[in-house]
Design a protein around this ligand. Structure first.
Ligand code: GRF
Length: 186
């Protein structure tokens, strides 16, 4: 299975995927990392693992349509079997979603359908939840609304935001790998 990863930031989920592939835990090939920003952690990780990087710097495009057109063209050239969003902070446009229906997955730091969108952890804390979690899901036209693939929950009562962020990360990394294993086995 040929996989393209899209990221906009630190890339800890991307790193977890790269490590699992390197350890032979995931039978897939990461074709490329595509980012919408330069100078981000995810790019350094790709370099470390010898993965091709493609930077489509959002600010360099005169419009959202031009950016999305460049992304669509890049994906068309790569022809991935699966597109993994790993901290990709842009909405994937309708054309790409329709073209790759059932082939784009995302990880979100809440128990969807609770707390979609930005600041999911802050939303959970503000709602005084005693547990939160992580969800992997297929991407559809909505904001974190696509069919859920897997979820994991953990208690957060009495934890600070910082403590929750720290606790969340290993759950995310394991869940992304478990989800990829499930998809590979399908
Ligand atoms: C994660 O919290 C993920 O759930 C969300 O974006 C964040 C990316 O983190 N979609 P990282 O860059 O993989 O560390």
């Amino acid at each position: 299975m040929q996989v393209v990863v899209l990221a906009s930031g630190t890339g800890s989920n991307f790193r977890a995927i790269c490590e699992a592939v390197n350890q032979g835990e995931l039978a897939l090939e990461i074709q490329a990392l595509i980012t919408d920003k330069k100078n981000i952690g995810a790019l350094q990780i790709a370099e470390e693992f010898g993965i091709q990087t493609i930077v489509l710097e959002y600010q360099a495009y005169r419009s959202r349509d031009l950016y999305n057109g460049a992304l669509e063209k890049t994906l068309a050239e790569l022809k991935p079997d699966l597109i993994c969003l790993a901290g990709y902070m842009r909405i994937v446009n309708r054309e790409i979603i329709q073209k790759y229906k059932g082939k784009i997955i995302n990880i979100h730091p809440s128990l969807l359908p609770k707390f979609p969108g930005l600041h999911a952890i802050e939303q959970a804390v503000a709602a005084e939840e005693i547990q939160t979690g992580v969800t992997t899901h297929y991407v559809d036209e909505g904001m974190d609304t696509g069919p859920i693939i897997q979820q994991v929950s953990f208690p957060i009562a009495d934890l600070s935001l910082e403590e929750i962020y720290t606790k969340l990360k290993p759950y995310e990394h394991k869940l992304y790998i478990d989800t990829l294993k499930e998809i590979i086995e399908e």
